[in-house]
Design a protein around this ligand. Structure first.
Ligand code: NPW
Ligand code: K
Length: 544
């Protein structure tokens, strides 16, 4: 797991390091600039070669060593009024030392730069010019190899909408550079205009920022990745994230309330010992005739992920339909809450999942209430959540600490309309309200683990523990957006809860494996394929 920091957490770490006397702000800025330059050449080694000769130039060559036919590489560096701009001046200087021709533009007034940025501004000014940020950037960038966006990083407090033409141009460059037709765009810490906590572009009410805002091919961050690089638009806008060490040490332990982690491959959850009952017994309730597929998908997920026994509880109307299509999964007829109560007298059934395909109506509400009374491991999804749209408080009162609810955006809005409104209100000030903030508040209110789905799935517990399961960057799996994929996820969670994982662990592990299954299968995936990837994925991750 890797921690994701907010801007405030990053600033606190930086301040503590400076206060302890270990390092100065200026040293950190120098390391940050060095990190960016290093990352650029690691990402694009060809940029270490001069333009025409292509004959073995090294990144440390200075201009006098260029061959007679060689032309220097060119960069435009856009610096802002804070320390992000300060990093930009360092990058400019270091590129120039490597023989590059660099043009620097500043957004803001030099006299107002913070001290460390000012020092680096002045160092650059000793030998070169700084022009005010203006449309000339576009001309300067025409034959450049690289554009460095160091206008705003973690300190963005309000919309950055000035110089729209320049921003649009950077937006175009990042797309065209993939064909070699424009400079590549490197963002320092964040693409400027996007909030480092929420990933939202400030001030883009009703407008798609991807059409005109600064986007990057590649973003270089420092010490730890930032939340905004994994949430919402930020996870697209950054292009790719590389984190460079700048010598800061972690003082707090990870995963304490307040910190957020990105999920990594689980190591726990082996099924090496025990018989089928020691791996639990999961019950999944099916909808009526014609609405049974979702529960079977979830049941298949629960079985594949290792629940010892899995039973589908089906109303009489759907018994035949279910019976025709189930083999290793058992089938029990359950008509209404009384029969469910009777079945749950069997204490070996330790985990129950309701919602997929269940349908809406009074009976669904009674079934949910009946299960919640039992305080067993419970996953509520889909209709079991939508059913409470009119009275979410009734649900929250009944939910307990052994539950996981798994809303997608629409279901989240039905249960938590005020949080949804805050999350979707146009973001105008930074740090903006994020999906992490919303999910944490929701978990507190619901009194159980909330897994808020999406390519940036956020999982939060009532005590504030929180993680992000990102399906972006190298884990991008757009084909996971397919009918029934959420049902399988619910099944994975209940299967792991049946096996004794805590609700938070089960939700995190299931979410991670769900994306791994999609990646393992690749394009063309349908929900039925997901559980079938589990054996390969477990083997690959060395989970017995
Ligand atoms: N923390 C660390 O450990 C390290 C941090 N480092 C680097 O520092 C960066 C953070 O620096 P930072 O805090 O100075 O913030 P930054 O993003 O440069 O902007 C702040 C300035 O912009 C202004 N401003 C804001 N929005 C605006 C707008 N829309 N339009 C106009 N102005 C606006 C804002 O004004 P204010 O809100 O105060 O009025 C303030 O003046 C970080 O991303 C990383 O690159 C590294 O050097 C190494 C270690
Ligand atoms: K930036």
């Amino acid at each position: 797991m890797t921690e994701l920091l907010t801007a405030a957490q990053m600033q606190a770490i930086e301040q503590a390091a400076i206060a302890s006397g270990e390092v100065t702000g200026l040293e950190l800025m120098e390391r940050a600039g060095q990190g960016v330059v290093e990352a650029i050449f690691e990402e694009w080694p060809e940029l270490a070669q001069p333009v025409e000769s292509g004959r073995g130039a090294s990144p440390s060559r200075s201009p006098e060593y260029l061959g007679k036919d060689d032309a220097p590489r060119r960069a435009v560096v856009l610096c802002g009024p804070g320390n992000n701009g300060g990093d930009g001046f360092v990058v400019a200087r270091l590129l120039k030392e490597r023989g590059w021709a660099v043009e620097v533009f500043l957004y803001g007034e030099p006299e107002k730069l913070p001290p460390d940025a000012k020092v680096n501004y002045e160092r650059w000014r000793e030998s070169d010019a700084v022009r005010p940020l203006c449309e000339e950037v576009i001309d300067a960038g025409e034959d450049a190899d690289l554009a460095v966006d160091a206008v705003f990083g973690t300190g963005l407090t309000r919309p950055f909408l000035d110089h729209g033409e320049v921003q649009s141009e950077l937006n175009l460059w990042q797309a065209a550079s993939r064909r070699g037709a424009a400079p590549r765009v490197v963002a320092v810490d964040m693409p400027s205009g996007a909030c480092a906590d929420s990933g939202l572009y400030l001030g883009y009410a009703g407008e798609n920022p991807f059409d005109s805002a600064v986007m990057a091919n590649f973003t270089v961050s420092f010490h730890r990745a930032k939340l905004g690089q994994f949430l919402s638009d930020g996870a697209v806008a950054c292009g790719k994230v590389v984190v460079k060490d700048i010598g800061l040490v972690d003082r707090d332990s990870p995963a304490v309330p307040g910190e957020v982690v990105t999920l990594a491959a689980p190591s726990a959850g082996g099924k090496a010992f025990g018989h089928k009952y020691s791996h639990g017994h999961a019950l999944l309730l099916s909808g009526g005739h014609g609405r049974t597929g979702a529960a079977r998908l979830a049941a298949r997920g629960a079985l594949r992920i290792g629940a010892g026994l899995v039973t589908v509880g089906s109303p009489r109307s759907a018994m035949m339909e279910n019976a025709y299509q189930l083999t290793a999964i058992m089938l029990r007829q359950i008509d209404g809450p009384n029969e469910l109560d009777q079945l749950l007298e069997d204490r070996r059934i330790n985990a129950v999942c309701l919602g997929p395909g269940l349908g809406l109506g009074a009976e669904t509400q009674m079934l949910v209430m009946s299960v919640l009374k039992q305080e067993r491991g419970t996953v509520l999804d889909a209709d079991a959540l939508t059913q409470f749209e009119q009275n979410p408080g009734v649900l929250f009162e009944a939910l307990h600490g052994n539950c996981v609810i798994t809303p997608h955006g629409g279901e989240f809005a039905r249960l938590f309309p005020d949080l949804d409104e805050k999350l979707n209100a146009p973001a105008t000030t930074g740090p903006a309200y994020s999906k992490v903030d919303a999910t944490r508040e929701a978990a507190k209110r619901a009194g159980c683990v909330v897994l808020f789905k999406g390519p940036d799935t956020v999982i939060a517990a009532p005590n504030g523990c929180c993680s992000v399961n990102s399906a972006h960057y190298q884990r991008s799996a757009p084909w996971l957006a397919t009918a029934g994929s959420g049902d399988v996820l619910a099944g994975f969670i209940i299967g792991l809860m049946a096996r004794g994982l805590s609700p938070m662990q089960a939700a995190e592990t299931a979410a991670y494996l769900h994306v791994e299954c999609a990646l393992n299968f690749g394009p063309g995936l349908i929900a039925e394929d997901l559980p079938e990837q589990i054996p390969t994925v477990l083997r690959r991750l060395d989970i017995p």
